[in-house]
Design a protein around this ligand. Structure first.
Ligand code: FAD
Length: 249
């Protein structure tokens, strides 16, 4: 907007934390001197034929407006960016299973959807942070689809559901079949500002993180061999994140 000649008065975010990448705050707001307010929301629009201003209010811990914090900001444009979800029109038309937390199709590590002949990759599955992961997923989905078309796709003998602890909001893929080594992407529900451990059980993955934030995807590396080595009756993998106590720090 600034590059196109607009004056951007401010950006308001209702949540108490940054929901995008920190890098984007630095490069898109800080570098242009645009103020960024957490725990603020636009609550009224003013003007008749044309917007003349908005009322902004501070939001409390209960996510409700705080009395006495209302202020008017003169402006002629309000740009809403209130959440980004996969484009799922085609997925819905195809009748494939969707995940309510990603709003995209449920897939396994082959990027195969619940319709066995439909493979999906990229932001249609889950909103990614970085295009590099999308490129990798595109290659995997393409390769899986080609093998499927030739009748050569190995789907493994077993399917493992992924269960998560409540502080994990997004997980993709949601299922594993133990055929390919894979990265499971997760997003936490709320920030953990301090050392924490991201794990996949039983005995599949463990990593210490300096922090975990909803705006940044975390990667859980899953070895297909480790899945295949699980006891015959194992049908799920559990992924979790736990903050270290003060003693550990
Ligand atoms: C605002 C924003 C900024 C980003 N910035 C960065 C960044 O700086 N660096 C980085 O690495 N990543 C960034 N990303 C992430 C990265 O761009 C995306 O993860 C990546 O572009 C997703 O690629 P994709 O091919 O899955 O989807 P898209 O790039 O969205 O491509 C999907 C295409 O499909 C088309 N389409 C949709 N429906 C149909 C249909 N029915 N028929 C035909 N075509 C259709 C769409 O028009 C679109 O062109 C950003 C993402 C967003 C949203």
């Amino acid at each position: 907007m600034v590059l196109e000649g607009a004056e951007v008065v401010a950006v308001f975010e209702i949540m108490p934390w940054v929901s995008g990448l920190r890098r984007n705050i630095a490069q898109c707001l800080d570098d242009f001197g645009i103020p960024y307010y957490l725990e603020h929301s636009v609550c009224a629009l003013h003007g008749k034929d044309r917007l003349e201003g908005v009322s902004v209010v501070r939001i409390g811990e209960d996510r409700k407006p705080i009395d006495g914090t209302l202020r008017f900001i003169g402006c002629d444009t309000l740009l809403l960016a209130v959440g980004l979800i996969p484009e799922n029109e085609l997925s819905r038309m195809a009748g494939i299973e969707l995940d309510p937390s990603t709003n995209g199709p449920v897939v396994n590590e082959l990027l195969q959807t619940s319709a066995e002949c439909i493979f999906a990759a990229g932001n249609v599955v889950v909103v990614y942070d970085l295009v590099d992961f999308v490129s990798e997923a595109g290659e995997r989905a393409g390769s899986s689809a080609a093998l499927y078309a030739q009748g050569k796709l190995d789907r493994g003998r077993r399917e493992f559901a992924i269960e998560t602890t409540p502080n994990i909001r997004v997980v993709s893929p949601q299922k594993l079949c133990g055929v390919l080594d894979t990265t499971v992407f997760i997003r936490v529900a709320e920030p953990v500002e301090g050392r924490c451990r991201l794990w996949a059980e039983p005995g599949i993955f463990s990593q210490t993180l300096r922090y975990a934030r909803p705006g940044e995807m975390n990667e859980v590396k899953i070895s297909a061999q480790k899945l295949r080595d699980l006891p015959e009756d194992a049908r799920s993998v559990r992924i979790g994140l736990e903050a270290f106590g003060l003693e550990s720090e």
